[in-house]
Every structure is written in C-alpha cells, then in structure tokens.
Ligand binder design. Structure first.
Ligand code: FPP
Ligand code: MG
Length: 464
C-alpha cells in the first residue's frame, strides 16, 4: 500500500534544498499578507470551544470536568482549522459547480443567499445540525431534564458570520466533531502512553484517573457520534465513523511497534511480554497484510517503512484526510475536488506526524508542552531510527526488543545522529508537504486557499 513512498527515501541535501525552494515558490505571493491562517476563520475558531462545550455538557459535574479538561488548555486546534479553511476555500467554487449533492437549504451560503434562498428559516425537526430525530424521552433516558441534554436544545439562530464567510453550518459542526474525536483519542492515548503532561498541564490520566480519562474519551466519542448522525449525510457518517476505527487500528499497530518484532501470540505490556489467548476459531480472523517472510535487510527495512507509514496514516492522517473529504462532500463539490481535498488532508496528515516524530528527538519538554524524546523510551521505531537502521543493520535487534536493554536508547540516538536520520526524516516530510500544496492548486485562488498554503508550510517548519 505504501511501497511507493519508501522509494522516496533516497534523499540528498541538494534535493532537499530544491524541495524547500519549490515549496516557497508554490506559496503564492498573496499569502505573504497573512501572518496567521487563524485570522481568516478567527470568529469560528474562537467559538469552537464554546460550541463543543454545548455538545458535551452532561448532568454529571465530574464527567463534565474530565471531558472538557483538554478543551480548556490551548491546543493547536489544527484539525478544525484545516476543516474551516478548506470549507471556506471550497465555498469559492461557483455554486453551479457544487451540485453533486443538493446542499441543505438550511446551510445558507453567501452565494445561495444572493440567489434568493431565505437566510432566516426557523429549523424543522430533523433538518438542522442540532435537531433530534429520536423522541427526547428516549434521548434523556430516566432523567428527562432538558438541562441534562444539550443535544436536544434547539439550534441557535444561524450566526451572521456563517453567511458572510461561506462556511456551512454542517461544515462548522464537522470542525467541532473532528476536534472531539481527536480529543477523545488523546485522553485514551495518554493512558496508553503513561503520559504525565499534555498542553503544559498534568495529562487527564494524572489530573483525574485512568478510569475517568478513558470514560471521558468514550463519552466524547458518544456525543461526537450523535453530532455525526445529525449531519444527515450517509457518506460523511461513513467517513467519520471510519476515522474512529482507523485511530484504534493505528494505535494497535503502534503497540506492536514494527513488522520485525511481530510475534502473533505475544504482546508487550508496559515493558513486559504477555502471552495472549490463542484464537478459538469460533470467529474467523484474517491474517494482516504485514505477516510476510522477512528475508534480508533491505526487505526488512522496506517492510518496516511501509508499516510505519501505514500506521501513521491510520493514527494521524486518516482523521485529517477523511474530514477534508467530508468538508468537500458537504460543500456539494464534484468528485475531482473531493478527491483532491482527501489527498490534501492525507499528505498534510502524513507530513504532520512525520514532523511530530522528528520533533520528539529534537524538542525540550517545555517547548513541546509534553514529554519529548518519549518515543524511543516507549520502544517506538519512527522514521529517524528507521533511516539509521537502513545504514546500520545491527540496530534491528534494538528495534525488535523495543530498546528495552540499558544503553539501547542512547545507542539509537547516536545512530540517528551519525546517519542523518533527522535530516532524512525532514526531507520525507517535505515531500508530503509539496504534494499537499499541489493538491490545493485544484481550488480557486482565494485568501482561504493562501491561508491553507501557509498552514501547510508552517507544519513543516513548526517547533512544537
Ligand atoms: C497521539 O499520538 C495519539 C493519536 C494521534 C491517536 C491515539 C488513538 C487511540 C488511543 C485509539 C483510541 C481512539 C479513540 C478515537 C478513542 P502520540 O502518542 O504519538 O502523540 P502525543 O505525543 O501527543 O501523545
Ligand atoms: Mg502519546
């Protein structure tokens, strides 16, 4: 699936410089007027946390505390920012060319407003993004106090800035859903990674408990699922539901680390090997595509890169790519634009995570807002060490045993330095960055497109 990416590993410093120059040229001069892509959608972004708070309120004060904990601290909010900027950029496609689906008439855009669609329609049950189809008594369960169920509150009047901005209410809700899914995954991830900090504060598992952090993540997913279903678009429901499954698949692949230490009846549990029960055969399970015979060093490295990139797609790029695709579907745009939007999110997501893996080697804890250099200590083999392994076959033993012997982490770090693992990783990320910039060229030129270009480049140069 990812073999074509692995061929990109033959980088040289001159090709890197060319790549950077090309990236600079690809960003249109008009984009220099933006210092901050946020400014284009600042109104929506500043309302994001408040809107999410409306979706996740419950009648349980402690549950409210845990589930809103990560939204209180300033995160990068990169996923909703991408969805909102892309939605705005898509709105510049003439409405006549956005007839793949009929845009819900409650999703009022500036252009449809001009064409005579009234903008102040009161919502009809089941039609707007906030309306329920189920009887409230069922949604409320045994405690039918309206205050306990913010999802049953009527939708606020369509805000003025939606009309001015061309961002549809469903796309705005999509941005909120994406951040909810991401935050749920972080709550779970911090339990799995035994993290102690996130966004400059104690992580959810430390501030509360593992149990509460896991339950809060589940609750966020439950509320996100209700909001997804209220988008009333089967294609978008399918895309977003798949992102949740993909996140888990990616995390599972990470638990197993790489293809080279794949032992089907053993898992590594916090530094200890644990035998897992043999399958009973009652439920047929498929052998996954990475169960290959590893024969020589080059094949092993190739397979490990494939595994790494597939894991990276599932863990990070899936949510970005499928939410970009969903934004395009909701805009009514044609298939080619939907596909380019998907590829943009995919390339950007791969670039984002590869840069993250690189920063794990280079950043200090304070700069990063979470413990850095954690990957090797967790036994994870990411791009920098894989590049070093390509040149130094002996590192395979350390990767297979998840760097769990004294001195392993230090040896690995020195090898990354010796074989320019970080430079090669940056080059790999640059390649995806360039691809993402090319995908954007399918959209009409606009301030929002320029802001997306700037954002794409800044992901490559970020330091946290
Ligand atoms: C951060 O990775 C984690 C993710 C991007 C996804 C984690 C996914 C799960 C835990 C599966 C469960 C999913 C849901 C939707 C509940 P990282 O550890 O590399 O980054 P970090 O340094 O920010 O922790
Ligand atoms: Mg983590």
């Amino acid at each position: 699936m990812f073999s074509r990416f692995t061929r990109l590993r033959c980088y040289s410093s001159s090709s890197f410089k060319t790549a950077i120059d090309t990236a600079e040229k690809l960003v249109s001069p008009s984009s220099t007027k933006f210092n901050d892509p946020f400014s284009i959608v600042s109104h929506e972004m500043s309302n994001l946390a408040k809107s999410i708070a409306n979706l996740i309120g419950s009648g349980h004060p402690t549950l409210n505390r845990v589930s809103s904990y990560y939204f209180e601290a300033e995160g990068k909010n990169v996923r909703p920012l991408i969805v909102l900027l892309l939605s705005k950029a898509l709105s510049k496609i003439p409405i006549e060319q956005r007839n793949r689906i009929s845009i819900d008439k409650y999703d009022v855009t500036e252009q449809s407003h001009i064409k005579g669609t009234p903008t102040n329609i009161s919502s009809i049950a089941g039609k707007s993004v906030d309306d329920s189809l189920s009887p409230l008594a069922i949604l409320h369960g045994i405690n039918p106090k309206v205050i306990l169920d913010p999802l049953s509150k009527p939708m606020d009047k369509l805000p003025e800035f939606d009309i001015l901005n061309g961002i549809l209410p469903k796309q705005r809700r999509l941005a909120e859903i994406v951040e909810m899914i991401h935050t749920a995954s972080l709550l779970h991830d911090d339990v799995i990674d035994l993290s102690d900090s996130r966004r400059g504060r104690p992580s959810g598992n430390i501030a509360f408990t593992n149990k509460m952090a896991v339950l809060a993540g589940d609750f966020l997913l439950g509320r996100a699922s209700v909001a997804i279903s209220r988008l009333r678009n089967p294609e978008v429901i399918e895309l977003l539901s798949t992102t949740i499954a993909n996140l888990v698949e990616g995390e599972f692949m990470q638990l197993k680390n790489t293809v080279i230490n794949e032992v089907d009846n053993e898992i590594n549990n916090d530094g200890e090997s644990k035998r897992i029960p043999d399958p009973t055969g009652k439920v047929p399970t498929k052998q996954h595509e990475y169960s290959v015979n590893l024969v020589n060093h080059d094949t092993n490295v190739e397979a490990a890169f494939e595994y790494y990139l597939h894991k990276t797609y599932l863990k990070t790029a899936s949510l970005m790519s499928k939410s970009c695709r969903a934004a395009a579907v909701l805009s009514g745009a044609q298939d080619d634009i939907i596909e380019q939007s998907y590829q943009f999110g995919r390339n950007l997501g791969l670039c984002f995570q590869i840069v993250d893996d690189m920063l794990d080697y280079t950043s200090s804890d304070t700069q990063f807002g979470k413990p850095s250099q954690a990957d090797l200590k967790l036994g994870l083999a990411t791009a920098p060490i894989l590049f070093a392994w390509e040149k130094e076959p002996k590192l395979g033993e350390l990767i297979a045993r998840k760097f769990n012997q004294p001195g392993d982490v230090e040896i690995a770090r020195k090898s990354v330095e010796k074989y320019n693992g970080l430079e090669k990783t940056r080059e790999m990320a640059t390649d995806y960055c360039l691809k993402a910039l090319n995908n954007l060229r399918f959209l009409p030129e606009s301030d929002a497109r320029s802001a997306l270009e700037l954002l794409t480049n800044s992901i490559l140069t970020r330091t946290k």
